[in-house]
Design a protein around this ligand. Structure first.
Ligand code: NDP
Length: 314
């Protein structure tokens, strides 16, 4: 009998099709009453496939007594309560590495857009203002001479560093642990890193440990020429402190791909013409999303055929 896999919300068609071929796929979102479906079939479910749009928490896990594995689409898995899965001996997998290059490319694009106001400049042209009012304003900021402080020099952070070096940027970083495989200057706290650089690239994971790691203090340390890019998780940056810092000129600008309450973006940020706001598209190309989807499926196949997951989270 094919293992029963519960999919919580619609995933990429390639993932749905591959799961339908291999497994007995239960689609929670198609149920008229998900609670009834869980009561009827929860006891058979061996695996959950999720893209993080619905939490995997005690309430769900209590209904899946035979669950062995949660295969998460995406590298950041903060929608999964890992204390709860650990307590039940449930393995969690994510989709690292296949998206590193894409996210790092997006991060560099976001940095350039932010420093040189490229989004606002494009809107200026499209509104016909170049023709009628003359050239777009000279930007107060430039990329040249900047020092990029990477908050979270992990897999994606390293790819960003690799791309930033040929742009002439100096690199520094903060992790909880100093890396032994790079020579970039290390700072033991986010605040010290911010004080040493003028550009902060946030690429740490979300969750309790990093909540509001970038707060009013860190922003003040970055200074008025400072640019904040957040490609990690919205929860890492204190949004209200960021809005205040931008409004008061405590920092010089910000480019965001992630938000505290997605997909809601505070109107104050939308009203700031030169702040660059992307709708969480870091990894969002067809090719990369397909590779991530394949890794979700491969993790499930590996688990049920060989008893090991390919990319379990620590
Ligand atoms: P890694 O685990 O490889 O890197 C994370 C880095 O953050 C590590 O160097 C880690 O070092 C550091 N870190 C973790 N916790 C803390 C902390 N509390 N304080 C300081 N540093 C910390 O992850 P990836 O590079 O693969 O991904 C990073 C994050 O990027 C994901 O978790 C996800 O949230 C986000 N992401 C966003 C995407 C988007 O579309 N915008 C797409 C993909 C990922 P150490 O353990 O030594 O502290």
């Amino acid at each position: 009998m094919a293992p029963v896999v519960l999919m919580l919300t619609p995933m990429l068609p390639t993932v749905v099709e591959a799961c339908e071929e291999r497994f007995d796929l239960v689609k929670l979102w198609e149920a008229d009453d998900p609670a009834v479906l869980l009561r009827e079939r929860g006891g058979e479910v061996l695996a959950v496939a999720t893209n993080g749009q619905r939490p995997v928490d005690d309430a769900l896990l209590d209904q899946l007594p035979k669950l062995q594995i949660v295969a998460h689409f995406g590298v950041g898995y903060d929608s999964v309560d890992t204390d709860a899965t650990r307590a039940r001996g449930v393995v969690v997998t994510n989709t690292p590495e296949v998206l590193d290059a894409e996210v790092a490319d997006t991060a560099m694009g976001l940095l350039l857009m932010t420093v040189r106001e490229l989004g606002a400049a494009e809107r200026y042209l499209r509104a016909g203002r170049w023709e009628h009012e003359g050239p777009y304003r000279l930007t107060p900021h430039t990329l040249a001479g900047r020092t990029l402080g990477i908050l979270g020099l992990g897999r994606i952070g390293l790819e960003i560093a690799k791309r930033a070096e040929p742009f002439g940027l100096r690199i520094a970083y903060h992790n909880r642990n100093r890396r032994t495989d790079v020579d970039y200057p290390y700072y033991p706290s986010a605040r010290e890193l911010a004080a040493a650089v003028d550009t902060l690239m946030v690429v740490v994971p979300g969750g309790r440990a990093t909540r509001h790691l970038v707060d009013a203090d860190v922003l003040a340390a970055l200074g008025p020429n400072g640019i904040v890019i957040n490609i990690g998780r919205g929860s890492v940056v204190d949004t209200q402190a960021l809005i205040t810092a931008l409004r008061e000129g405590t920092i010089g600008g910000a480019g965001l791909d992630v938000y505290e309450d997605e997909p809601h973006v505070p109107q104050e940020l939308i009203d700031m013409e030169t702040v660059v706001l992307l709708p969480h598209v870091g990894s969002a190309s067809l090719a990369t999303r397909r590779a991530m989807g394949q890794l979700v499926v491969d993790n499930l196949i590996s688990w049920f055929e060989r008893g090991t997951a390919l990319t379990p989270v620590p």
